[in-house]
Design a protein around this ligand. Structure first.
Ligand code: UDP
Length: 356
């Protein structure tokens, strides 16, 4: 049954792809985003890519209770996907209060406004970083959690809050998805990752090296206990992440209370393997040099993806070559991300609606 889904952080990297996926499957989509780390241009691109408009888009901060309540009052929301959050691990160490305020405070405000408007179905954006420095891989949902930085702790705290809310309110249905490393872009090249400033994450950095925006990649350490010594991660195509969210919304009523799932592929890729795959996809060498380990990094994070497969009869389908190919297409078509240079035409872009 098509439903109206409110997507917080819907203009962001994962949010925008999820909106397209929801629209493509007949759902109505309302976006709430404060555009602190996302471009309003993404909203027009969502509609263009899906061939259907959003039901609404609001320039609202999820901590702004009054403005958020107005959105719920204007739209009959059936379920919520909550992406809106700060997400940079390094930044969280320097700005812990901001991270707790936005990520934990924003989630509490959202939950309270949802309850006021009798909306009790939520898909929550969590992170594999809650597992911390994993002792054994692959990681199952039962693996011990031990977050090592404020960002990861905000995600774990939100999970705990959601568990408590589900214990208290029988009508709550929550699916928390712990993502591994989302990368890639929409195959159209219209939507992708548009980091502001120097990318923290390896894939957008590699893409910017390939397009000539940055000189070379620094590979953070080659002395990890991994096959080639560089860090191993479970990269997952953002279209698989988006599909996972759409399928999650459609499974919210499977059972009451809260369930937590990994969202990964189960396949580990080292930094050097990623560099080689991107070189292949782009047809360009990726200059790189080995430097010291990045503080706080762990050797290997790979998902056991079997729980979600068993619960929803769904698995990821896109491989590393597709992730690199699509990221490269987006990078080539949008060498400066979504930002327009002065004087550049706003081709068909209408700008976002706003409220509050
Ligand atoms: N990495 C790297 N150079 C960079 C950024 C990241 O070598 O400029 C490595 C990092 O050490 C890790 C992997 O790439 O092994 C993935 O890092 P990313 O920041 O993309 O994601 P994380 O797993 O840290 O969330």
């Amino acid at each position: 049954m098509p439903e109206t889904v409110l997507v917080t952080g819907g203009a962001g990297f994962i949010g925008s792809h999820t909106c397209v996926e929801l629209l493509a499957h007949g759902h109505e989509v309302v976006v709430v985003d404060n555009h602190v780390n996302s471009s309003p241009h993404a909203l027009d691109r969502i509609a263009k890519t899906a061939g259907r408009p959003l039901a609404g888009a609001f320039h609202v901060d999820v901590r702004d209770r009054k403005a958020l309540a107005e959105v719920f009052a204007r739209h009959p929301v059936d379920s919520v996907i909550h992406f809106a959050a700060h997400k940079a691990v390094g930044e969280s160490v320097g700005h812990p209060v901001e991270y707790y305020d936005t990520n934990v405070g924003g989630t509490c405000t959202l939950l309270s406004v949802m309850h006021e408007h009798r909306v009790h179905r939520l898909v929550f954006s969590s992170s594999c970083s809650v597992y911390g420095d994993a002792q054994t891989v692959p990681l199952t949902e039962q693996s011990p959690v031990a977050p090592t930085n404020p960002y990861a702790r905000t995600k774990l705290m939100c999970e705990r809050i959601l568990e408590d809310v589900c214990t208290h309110l029988a009508e709550m249905r929550v699916l928390a998805l712990r993502y591994f490393n989302p990368v890639g872009a929409h195959p159209s090249g219209r939507l992708g990752e548009d980091p502001q400033g120097v990318p923290n994450n390896v894939m957008p950095y590699v893409a910017q090296v390939a397009v000539g925006r940055r000189q070379k990649l620094s590979v953070f350490g080659n002395d990890y206990p991994t096959p080639d010594g560089t860090g191993v991660r479970d990269y997952i195509h953002v279209m698989d992440v988006a599909e996972g969210h759409r399928v999650a919304v459609e499974h919210l009523d499977d059972r009451p209370g809260m369930q937590t799932f990994n969202l990964g592929t189960g396949t580990g890729t080292s930094v050097l393997q990623l560099v080689a795959a991107f070189g292949e996809a782009s047809g360009r060498p990726i200059p790189h040099q080995i430097v010291d380990r990045r503080p706080g990094d762990v050797a290997e994070l790979v998902a056991d993806a079997s729980a979600v497969a068993a619960a929803w009869d769904w698995t990821t389908t896109r491989d590393l070559a597709a992730m690199c190919r699509d990221a490269w297409r987006f990078q080539q078509l949008n060498p400066h991300g979504y930002s327009r240079r002065p004087g550049e035409a706003a081709a068909g872009e209408t700008g976002e609606l706003s409220c509050g």
